[in-house]
Design a protein around this ligand. Structure first.
Ligand code: ADP
Length: 266
């Protein structure tokens, strides 16, 4: 049995009588708690890079550094600024998704065009991450569907690229990443991203799409994560009537799939 919060008021009712009115405000209260948590999380996420940034500014102001040392600190400062930019951009994406009308049924996204763009982005990201390792992830892109999806191209692209970016960021550079699109026998369309990364323990799976939920906070930060990627994926999925399924085995890897209903396949 869940706890219930009642708001109780006494209303004047007739001569000298009072009516006791009670209202269930549990949902309102829960929304308020969630809102407060969210603001606290955002503040924390912004404060950390800001503190680091302010620290480096002070270093530059107070120490008489050589040029190469100055460059080193400026590089670190740029990283923190980047981090804040990514965070703000993810927050804006989420708030746009929440505030805008559902994608119209007249919108079409070409699946092969989506895949071409995803492939190009994945290569660049892997190159950036693998730059110091002289190695890149091994990618496989497999698309056996040439049609269209009913939905917003930019949203679907953003959901898929978040999944691919996670695979790239959490999988060691010598690992494998397979991106696949295929139509199921019942007509639904499945996009899947499989990696040979660290995998995720079962107890975390149910919470991964919560904003700012991370299995390993420091690993997420190290690779430029904001903790909002899967929250964005979940929103896009909901807006398109799609389901997100996650299968993962610790030590072996993960598979994230977005499955669009047959009614969205054109
Ligand atoms: P982040 O920006 O931290 O990656 P996400 O919302 O995209 O945030 O993901 C939430 C958490 O799920 C990550 O912090 C990470 O712990 C875990 N995760 C997501 N994708 C993968 C993956 N492919 N392999 C292992 N862990 C993952």
């Amino acid at each position: 049995s869940r706890p219930v919060t009642l708001s109780v008021q006494l209303h004047p009712y007739g001569r000298g009588r009072k009516l006791l009115l009670s209202r269930d405000v549990t949902a309102l209260e829960q929304a308020e708690v969630m809102r407060r948590d969210f603001v606290a999380n955002v503040s924390h996420e912004i404060r950390t890079p800001l503190t680091v940034l302010a620290g480096f500014v002070e270093t530059l102001q107070t120490l008489d550094l050589q040029e190469f040392e100055r460059q080193h600190y400026l590089g670190l400062m740029a990283q923190q600024a980047d981090r804040m930019q990514t965070l703000v951009s993810d927050l804006l994406t989420l708030s746009k998704l929440e505030g805008s009308a559902l994608p119209g049924l007249e919108l079409r996204a070409s699946v092969s065009k989506l895949m071409r763009q995803l492939e190009a982005d994945a290569m660049s990201l892997s190159e950036v991450i693998g730059a110091n390792h002289e190695e890149n992830h091994h990618f496989e892109f497999d698309c056996s569907f040439a049609g269209e999806l009913v939905g917003t191209f930019s949203e679907i692209l953003s959901a898929m690229s978040n999944l691919i970016s996670n695979a790239v960021r959490y999988t060691p550079v010598d690992g494998e990443i397979k991106v696949r699109v295929h139509q199921l026998t019942d007509g639904r369309l499945e996009f899947s991203v499989a990696d040979t990364g660290p995998g995720i323990a079962a107890e975390h799976l149910g919470r991964l799409t919560e904003r700012f939920y991370r299995v390993d906070r420091s690993r997420s930060r190290e690779t430029g994560g904001t903790g909002l990627g899967l929250a964005i994926v979940k929103h896009v999925a909901q807006r398109h009537g799609a389901t997100l399924s996650i299968n993962s085995t610790v030590g072996q890897g993960s598979v994230f799939s977005l499955i669009f209903p047959a009614s969205r396949v054109a």
